[in-house]
Structures are given as structure tokens and as C-alpha cells.
Ligand binder design. Structure first.
Ligand code: NAI
Length: 338
């Protein structure tokens, strides 16, 4: 689906090439699951990102409509839609960055792990496509449970012989976005001035905000620490319950996903000092995957940072997080190996 049905694919390609010749910086980005609750606002925000020259929107339903709609925005990126498995290859070929928000979201009473049965298979299929069509692309994996889907993706890539741990990133930026917001509220600051590292994973107790490392430097009472830690860990559930069965976080997630995609693209462009939290292959703990600050560069997550000094409360939280994380990681690995 070229964005203008009257125009053939050839002329769309020419236009893209013209823009490339003009020297405009631009990366090719695909969104898999682009017609969903996250996918649609994510597609809109990526269409507004000046670092994107080509935007491919893939879904198993409704992608032509979303593509037609988004393509009318007068921003630089050329938009193309792809519908269904038979068009997955076209969606992926040549991409620099692939963002995956495909899969079912939570309903009240569900944990992220309850999504495993359906989403594990979806992530496997999509990652097989990536291994075949754009093995060098950076992958931003949003589909839950992230603690298991990232290990699944790694196993798929290993099987295909294309695995590059630096290029596979589980998206935990919503945890950071929420932490910045809630901490700013307690401190009476503008959230844009606040930076909270959130490490571990992306589910319940595996989400570990490091409140002792907040910037600007500050301190919290024990009561504040407990309130903030719990609210950050349960932020997703807060939204699931408020939506009463209509899904989980979509708008704040799209915002957080774009914030993260943008730092990945800046890294690809070669900008210096680009740092964000993500769930990646890691040697920071004894676990094979862990979320922490990473430095993004042309090769992806080029450096994974240590956790830094933790206080007693965080050390206890880390033990709890690691116990649950170990099981979720193993579940993902076993899904592909067995
Ligand atoms: P949604 O149900 O609104 O959208 C999912 C989209 O994926 C749908 O358009 C669906 O057609 C599509 N899809 C299903 N199977 C597909 C396949 N095989 N290939 C391509 N597309 C496929 O769900 P929503 O709210 O957009 O959430 C998507 C995922 O993101 C869920 O797994 C949710 O748990 C997760 N999520 C992750 C967060 C994070 O922080 N990492 C935060 C919020 C949600």
C-alpha cells in the first residue's frame, strides 16, 4: 500500500531516493502491530520524527486504513502499509529499526505473564521475519511479557545465526517515564527535570526504581520510598484497572516508545553520550538479561552500565526482582528450545 493509491510503488521509491539524495538524515523504521492501541499513536509520533525517512506500518488487520490516515500528515517520512503475513517481508526489508508492539494487552486481574501463551508465538513469527529480512536492524521489543519475549527473540535470532545482543532491546522506557512523573509529583518539580534510573525487568517486583540515584540529587522518607516504588511497579495495573477491560497503557506507552526509538536513532546517527534504560543481554548480574542504563551508538547498546551503589531497600528489591526475572527468562528460552 503506497500512501497514495493512485501512485505506483515505483514513484514512491523515487521520491524517497530524491530525499535521500538531498542529504536529509533519515532512517527506515517499521512498526509491527501498527494498527493497535499502542501502534496507532506510535505510528503518528514516528511520522513526526525528523530522523525517520521511511515508515513501514505492518499489522494483521486494519493497517491500510491507519497508513492512509497517517500518510496525510505533512511531515518528511514516507509511509507504506503492509497487511498480513504474506506482506511481512516487504515490511521488514531494508529497515534500520523495527519496533514491535504486536500482541494482546492485559485485562483487569491479569498479570503480564498471562499474555505469554499468545504473545510468545507472535513474537517468534515476527523475529523469524527480522532474521530473514533485516538481520542488522535494531529491534525495540514492546510486546509483553517483555521479561520473556526478549529471551524468545534472542533464541530465534541465535537459531537463525543472526543474533547480535547489542541490537535487541526490551522497551522499559514507560517505567522510567512513570517514575519521572511520580517522583516529580512528590518533589514538586517539573518531570522534565527529573531522571530516575529503573532497572531489573518489566513486570511487578522486577521493576526496580533506584530512588537513591535520582537526579537532581534528593532524599525520600521511608514512607515516600515505599509509596513511589509500589506506584511505579503497579503503574501498568493502575491503567489496566482504570480502562476496565478496554486494554492497557497505549498513549503513555506510545510516548515512551517514541522517546526510546528516538534515542536509538540518535545512537545510530552517531551522537555522543546517548544513554537510556533498556532490558538487554547483560553481565551486570548473574542473569543473562537485565534492564539497566545502556549507551546507544551505531551498533546498538554499545555499553551496558553497572547499577552503581544501592541502598539497603534497593538491595532487598534486587533480590526479589532477580528471583522472578530468572523464571521469566527461563520460560522464554524454553519456549524456543523445547
Ligand atoms: P492491541 O490489542 O490494541 O494491539 C495489538 C496489535 O497487534 C493489534 O492491532 C493486532 O492486530 C496486532 N497483532 C496481533 N498479532 C499480530 C501479528 N502476528 N503480527 C502483527 N501484528 C499483530 O494491544 P496494545 O494495547 O497495542 O498492546 C500491545 C502489546 O504491548 C501488548 O502485549 C501489551 O502488553 C504490550 N505493552 C507493553 C508495554 C511496555 O512497557 N513494554 C506497555 C504497554 C503495553
Amino acid at each position: 500500500y503506497p500512501s497514495n493509491p493512485q501512485m505506483g510503488e515505483g514513484s514512491m521509491l523515487e521520491r524517497t531516493n530524491c530525499r535521500a539524495k538531498g542529504g536529509a538524515a533519515g532512517f527506515k523504521v517499521a512498526i509491527l502491530g501498527a494498527a493497535g492501541g499502542i501502534g496507532q499513536p506510535l505510528a503518528m509520533l514516528m511520522k513526526m520524527n525528523p530522523l525517520v525517512s521511511v515508515l513501514h506500518l505492518y499489522d494483521v488487520v486494519n493497517s491500510p486504513g491507519v497508513t492512509a490516515d497517517i500518510s496525510h500528515m505533512d511531515t518528511g517520512a514516507v509511509v507504506r502499509g503492509f497487511l498480513g503475513q504474506s506482506e511481512l517481508e516487504g515490511a521488514l526489508t531494508g529497515m534500520d529499526l523495527v519496533i514491535i508492539p504486536a500482541g494482546i494487552p492485559r485485562k483487569p486481574g491479569m498479570t503480564r505473564d498471562d499474555l505469554f501463551k499468545i504473545n510468545a508465538g507472535i513474537v517468534r513469527t515476527l523475529c523469524e521475519g527480522i532474521a530473514k529480512c533485516c538481520p542488522n536492524a535494531i529491534v525495540n521489543l514492546i510486546s509483553n511479557p517483555v521479561n520473556s519475549t526478549v529471551p524468545i527473540a534472542a533464541e530465534v535470532f541465535k537459531k537463525a545465526g543472526t543474533y547480535d545482543p547489542k541490537k535487541l532491546l526490551g522497551v522499559t522506557s514507560l517505567d522510567v517515564v512513570r517514575a519521572n512523573t511520580f517522583v516529580a509529583e512528590v518533589l514538586g518539580l517539573d518531570p522534565r527535570e527529573v531522571e530516575v534510573p529503573v532497572v531489573g525487568g518489566h513486570a511487578g517486583v522486577t521493576i526496580l526504581p533506584l530512588l537513591s540515584q535520582v537526579k537532581p540529587p534528593c532524599s525520600f522518607t521511608q514512607e515516600e520510598t515505599e509509596y513511589l516504588t509500589k506506584r511505579i511497579q503497579d503503574g501498568g495495573t493502575e491503567v489496566v484497572e482504570a480502562k476496565k477491560g478496554a486494554g492497557s497503557a497505549t498513549l503513555s506507552m506510545a510516548y515512551a516508545a517514541v522517546k526510546f526509538a528516538d534515542v536509538c536513532l540518535k545512537g545510530l546517527r552517531g551522537d555522543a553520550g546517548v544513554v537510556a534504560c533498556a532490558f538487554v543481554a547483560s553481565q551486570v548480574t548473574e542473569l543473562p538479561f537485565f534492564a539497566s542504563k545502556v549507551r546507544l551508538g551505531r551498533m546498538g547498546a554499545e555499553e551496558v552500565y553497572q547499577l552503581g551503589p544501592l541502598n539497603e531497600y534497593e538491595r532487598i528489591g534486587l533480590q526479589k526482582a532477580k528471583k522472578e526475572l530468572a523464571e521469566s527468562i527461563q520460560k522464554g528460552i524454553s519456549f524456543i528450545r523445547n
